[in-house]
Design a protein around this ligand. Structure first.
Ligand code: P6P
Length: 329
């Protein structure tokens, strides 16, 4: 019985069961990727626990301070980074990690074959105002020989080389949404059983939507094409929705349809969002759900990376809306 059939019969399908079922479709699969997801899932539960305590600063103390035990209180994105790295290091199936919180490549097990690019806690400036935040991750197969020292080439691969991509959204509910190139599936954390359960099988983003998502505070710095498109959105009475947390803005558009953009500006000539651990994973998810993801000049997943933390302009979401905007640039 396929996962979707089980879902139709109202049977609870956990993330682990779903991944095991998916793995059976690939007899040659070693199971290492499934173990990567085991480690990501575990860390996501820890981060979910910590994020939900974030409001208790009176008990926990503000980050940068010392708590009642005299321990230094770390920023939640630092904690999240450590929790993901520790879980993947303990699992032993990840050879290296690049992270928004790490200046350089973090080398783990050189005998493993998977590289992870991640933003452990994206949108963390929203924690203080209790808005949804998220974790974003990409998985690549290393290009160098297993057992050798991981190289920058292992980490700087085009988005088209991703073997998996996903995000966790810590919102009104906590969801893990991922793809391995066979569609996008969403799992909601059921605290009562402590597991992620299939809630959104085979997610598809509508090819048209009524939502545009951009920080209009930067409007005056946008190229004319963006200005004209935004004016057109207003003339068409579209809804402006922008949370300032990429995972939250992306997830809403994924479900409802819409377009998300972070264009180049004078102060950010390459935009703000990072190619390796924000744009590429979201681009894979978008395309797998039937949407499009471009820099305005080229498909995001075709961009040749040159540095770990490089930024690219981004336009992604409903395919017909992306096409319309690109035609105006
Ligand atoms: P701005 C959060 O800081 C983030 O990296 C993304 O999650 C979000 O989409 C973007 O920056 C928001 O940036 O400049 O609009 O505040």
């Amino acid at each position: 019985m396929t996962a979707t059939e089980m879902k139709k019969r109202n049977k609870v399908i956990t993330l682990s069961q779903f991944i095991a079922e998916e793995q059976q479709k690939f007899p040659e699969a070693s199971g290492d990727l499934s173990k990567i997801f085991r480690d990501i899932k575990f860390a996501a539960k820890l981060v979910n626990r910590d994020v939900n305590k974030a409001g208790l600063v009176d008990i926990l103390g503000e980050h940068g301070s010392t708590n009642i035990q005299g321990e230094s209180v770390k920023k939640l994105d630092v904690i999240a980074n450590e929790e993901f790295i520790n879980s993947l290091a303990a699992g032993g199936d990840c050879c290296a990690i690049i992270s928004e919180e790490e200046d350089y490549i973090r080398h783990l097990n050189k005998d493993a074959k998977y590289v992870i690019a991640m933003d452990p806690l994206d949108g963390s400036s929203n924690i203080d105002v209790n808005a949804a935040i998220g974790t974003i991750f990409s998985v690549y197969r290393r290009v160098s020989e297993v057992g050798s020292e991981v190289t920058e080439a292992d980490c700087l691969q085009k988005g088209v080389n991703q073997v998996a991509a996903g995000y966790v959204i810590y919102g009104s509910s906590t969801m893990l949404v991922y793809t391995t190139g066979n569609g996008v599936n969403g799992f909601t954390l059921d605290i009562s059983i402590g597991d992620f359960c299939l809630s959104h099988p085979q997610m598809k983003t509508p090819d048209l939507g009524k939502i545009y998502s951009v920080n209009e505070g930067n409007y005056n710095q946008f190229a004319d094409g963006f200005k004209n498109y935004i004016k057109q959105c207003k003339e068409n009475s579209m809804s402006a929705r922008y949370i300032g947390s990429m995972v939250a803005d992306f997830h809403r558009n994924m479900i409802k349809g819409g377009i998300f953009m972070y264009p180049a500006t004078g102060s950010a000539p390459n935009g703000k969002l990072r190619l390796m651990y924000e744009c590429n994973p979201m681009a894979m998810l978008t395309e797998q759900a039937g949407g499009k993801a471009t820099t305005g000049n080229q498909r995001i997943m075709e961009v040749e990376p040159t540095e770990l933390h490089q930024r690219v302009p981004v336009i992604m979401g409903s395919s017909k809306m992306v096409d319309e905007l690109v035609s105006m640039l």
